[in-house]
Design a binder for this molecule. Structure first.
Ligand code: PEP
Ligand code: MG
Length: 552
């Protein structure tokens, strides 16, 4: 390990404001996978999938080796060389492929079992040097598993619950963000720049001080190092001097969130135009922050996060309770509940993911509901209606692409209503119906969608990803995920102009992350957008930006 002395200040971009003081806990890959039985006709494709994953893992290893600096300690280079040799062990790979065919198991399962066989063979050896190869096998299995489960993605290793842990990761994936929440981490720092990824959204929701895009982080941070996360100026301070820690302790004391419910405060631009400011939440607890920040309501409740947290979709009755709780808390302020946007990177174990080769373009959001999981949609719509007997509630559909999607979803809502009435169950009468505009196709036919709905909300994270053909979770294409891109700005302006022409501008909200980015808000206001739903942690900053922007 290189010598690690002296304070080092690294800069990045704020994901979630706040100050975190603690010790580095480095995250390592530990992919989660599903065991699946396959049919005889799938054997060949599973074997091919395995072979491709081995190739991909080898490729990653080659990249890793290329990236090794000259000063890498000798023993680390030896480990990498051994690792490389293990990948060439065709006998092992053949055994996995055979197991796929004989046991009709999916590639992940077969890999895990064959890995265990090989590890136990090494464990039985007397020679401690050979015994130590167990770890190398484990490493190889993990690398291939990673390539199988999510090519190019890391998942986080479990990290003990410790209030001092600051999670440090090369990647920004939902599993890591959930881990940060679960383990009560003091902070989160990453080299990844994917700040509109779902993981970043989860972090914002958790209130954990987080900074992204910190270059050199993984070279400089070591497990157990002291670290300060400055979620105001976007800094990660490694091995801080005692006086730095003291200064930040003081700042942290001052930053504590005011724990009182503020009256909802409408905002106005500098030239007096009223602007609606709502909050995005992922669970009922986060509604407290919406209230504390004086926001006018909840513009987006990402219900799928409940499913991600539990690793399964809650039952209809459980949902009724959760929605009722959040509606009660908001005391008549607006609450927009989005139906499960599962699929793509938001997968729940135990649910067949239907990922395909291109999961973001596959069965996601309303497509998954309409084409595969009709009953899950009906249950959720019923749960929302049952909970919405009081309050000002909207139901919102994610990932619509065509007018037909919108009409089908509206019919599903009518059916849920009819079923409840027929069964004599409570049913909210004034629930408004809305959709997310987050595919370019939907944006381009906004004039046809508006007559079918009560409101729309722009999901700019996905709208940007699909317009620019740049995966929001892929750090390699971050330069293409620029919300200032000409094509994207054109599309945003097109949507609000169409809505204004239809006299429906007041029914349009922006709920994606561009509404929480300070430099984007003035542009949106000048285009004519007058309703924003933001990460509650960013509410004060965005309110200030609105107040200092002139619309005219
Ligand atoms: C969006 O796409 O902008 C959005 C708000 O939805 P999500 O980030 O959950 O996909
Ligand atoms: Mg979206």
């Amino acid at each position: 390990m290189p010598e690690v002395i002296g304070e080092l200040v690294l800069s990045g971009e704020v994901v979630c404001p706040g100050i975190g003081i603690g010790r580095v806990c480095l995250l390592e890959p530990a992919p989660v996978f599903e065991k699946g039985q396959i049919g005889p006709e799938e054997v060949l494709s599973e074997q091919q999938r395995y072979t491709s994953a081995v190739e991909l893992a080898r490729h990653h290893l080659r990249e890793h080796i290329r990236a090794i600096h000259d000063d890498t300690p000798q023993h680390a280079q030896v480990i990498v060389e051994v690792h490389k040799a293990m990948f060439r062990d065709e006998a092992f790979h053949d055994a996995v492929r055979k197991r796929i065919a004989s046991d009709l198991k999916n590639a992940e399962w077969a890999l895990e079992e064959e890995g265990c066989v090989l590890m136990s063979q090494f464990e039985m050896m007397r020679d401690p040097f050979i015994q130590a190869r167990v770890e190398d096998v484990r490493d190889m299995v993990t690398s291939i598993m990673k390539a199988l489960v999510h090519p190019g993605q890391n998942t986080a290793r479990e990290c003990g619950r410790h209030p001092e842990n600051v999670l440090v990761s090369a990647h920004l994936h939902p599993s890591a963000a959930l881990l940060a929440q679960r383990s009560g981490a003091a902070g989160f720092v990453t080299t990844s720049q994917a700040i509109s990824s779902h993981a970043a959204i989860l972090l914002k929701g958790s209130g954990i001080p987080s900074v992204a895009g910190v270059a050199r982080l993984m070279d400089e941070a070591h497990d157990g190092d002291r670290i300060v996360v400055d979620g105001h100026d976007g800094l990660a301070i490694l091995r801080p001097e005692p006086w730095t820690i003291e200064r930040y302790r003081e700042e942290k004391r001052c930053f504590s969130i005011v724990n009182e419910v503020r009256e909802p405060r409408g905002c106005r631009t500098a030239d007096g135009v009223p602007v609606e400011l709502l909050g995005n939440v992922g669970n009922p607890d986060q509604a407290d922050l919406v209230l504390q920040k004086g926001l006018e309501g909840i513009g987006l409740f990402r219900t799928e996060f409940m499913a991600l947290e539990r690793n399964q979709v809650p039952t209809e009755d459980e949902q009724v309770e959760i929605y009722a709780q959040i509606i009660r808390k908001m005391e008549g302020r607006r609450v927009v509940i989005r139906t499960f946007d599962l699929g793509a990177d938001k997968e729940v174990a135990g649910i067949y993911a239907y990922s395909g080769r291109n999961p973001a373009m596959g069965l996601r959001g309303i497509r998954r509901h309409l084409l595969r999981e009709r009953e899950e949609l009906q249950q959720q719509l019923r749960a929302i209606l049952r909970a919405a007997t009081d309050g000002n509630v909207g139901v919102m559909i994610p990932m619509v692409t065509t007018v037909a999607d919108v009409v089908a979803a509206r019919k599903a809502l009518s059916k849920a209503r009819e079923d409840l009435l027929r069964w004599g169950l409570p049913c909210g009468e004034n629930v408004r119906f809305g959709v997310m505009i987050e595919t370019p196709a939907a944006a381009l036919v906004i004039h046809r969608i508006l007559p079918e709905v009560d409101f729309v909300s722009l999901g700019t994270n996905d709208l940007l990803q699909y317009t620019m053909a740049a995966d929001r979770d892929n750090e390699d294409v971050v330069p293409y995920s620029d919300p200032d891109s000409e094509a994207f700005l054109w599309l945003l302006e097109f949507v609000i102009n169409e809505a204004s022409d239809a006299l429906r501008a007041h029914d349009v909200t922006v709920c994606g992350e561009v509404a929480s980015r300070k430099h984007m808000v003035p542009k949106l206001i000048k285009m004519g957008y007058l309703s924003f739903s933001v990460s509650p942690v960013m509410a004060d900053e965005i309110r200030d930006v609105i107040a200092s922007t002139e619309q005219g």
